[in-house]
Design a protein around this ligand. Sequence first.
Ligand SMILES: Cc1cc2nc3c(=O)[nH]c(=O)nc-3n(C[C@H](O)[C@H](O)[C@H](O)COP(=O)(O)O)c2cc1C
Length: 352
Amino acid sequence: MSIKTRVTEMLGIEHPIIMAGMNWATMPRIVAAVSNAGGLGILGAGAFTKESIKTAIAEIRSQTDKPFGVNLTLALPGAKDLVQIVLEQKVPVINVALGRVADIIKAVHGYGGKVLATVAMAKHALYYEKDGADAIISTGYEAGAHAGNAGGLVLIPSIASKVKVPVIAAGGFTSGKGLVAALALGAEAISMGTRFAITQESDASDGYKEGCIKATEEDTILSDRFDGINCRVVKTKRADVLLKRRFAMVEAVSSAFRFKRELDLSWGEIIKGGLSMSQAQGRSITDMPILAAGLSEMQKGYSTGDGTRGLFLAGQSCGGINDIPTCKEVIDKVIAEAEEAMAALNKKFKSK
Ligand SMILES: Cc1cc2nc3c(=O)[nH]c(=O)nc-3n(C[C@H](O)[C@H](O)[C@H](O)COP(=O)(O)O)c2cc1C
């Protein structure tokens, strides 16, 4: 049996399973692996410059002929230029977050692509639907990284009852039982971040993967202390330190300089990004260096795997993850479990 929904039909994928785009964690190899296994792999664009993203897209295309996506956090500095390149490359699926998108959606639809909009509140889902988004990714409280205030059990049916486009459920999903629950709540696919970050093809360090596996569902913290926006990370020594003190301005500004250099951004782009970030989040442009310092901590967490030096972005779903499989093994297991769970429910609760 296979599970077909409006999302599988619309995106041309075999299974209703998406890998969330994660900056620095979802690089070309894992994107292609997820798409080749019948899901939708999404590249996190934030780790790339205008030049390197073209190479990354070409690399994905050399490894798969299946649909794939690119995640664009629109409020980040330099995002507008990345959007331009992603549109020129006619990437099949664009996943947008934190920014208004009507023009982008029109351009993507112009070449036959699809747009998935990530939200953590039902009212934002309505804005994106009005702008023409093809599906909404509902991000619950359980999620790794930037999570909402409402749990999935409440948020998924709330959004599904308000929009006509399909909903993709994110936050806390690792298993086939989770997929069945999401379908029952009105979603038509799941998007998993933490689960895919802990796979063979993930570029995150072994220390990050092991740290997440050790963590239980109790061992993550959601706080705005890390990068200025509510963000969920694993409880590590570094997370404890950052919870107790704010970044020193000098530390924050030096991170902003580093990102400017690494991502080849102009000060104009940094200021524009800061302004749109502050509009999107109701924050001040002076929070920009704090965001840069937080991103730097996250990048250190992935690459060093040392919980005393960097942050491990991950969700409560850590509690359901005990192994480091391939992406294909993850997808095959989720689908097999979902089929079993549906059959078991039918058997157990058959109406008389
Ligand atoms: C390691 C990691 C990095 C993430 N990076 C991004 C990102 O760059 N952009 C984004 O929109 N969401 C990002 N997210 C959030 C995911 O899009 C998604 O909301 C979340 O992973 C879903 O919850 P889960 O981790 O329980 O599956 C990240 C999540 C994780 C775990």
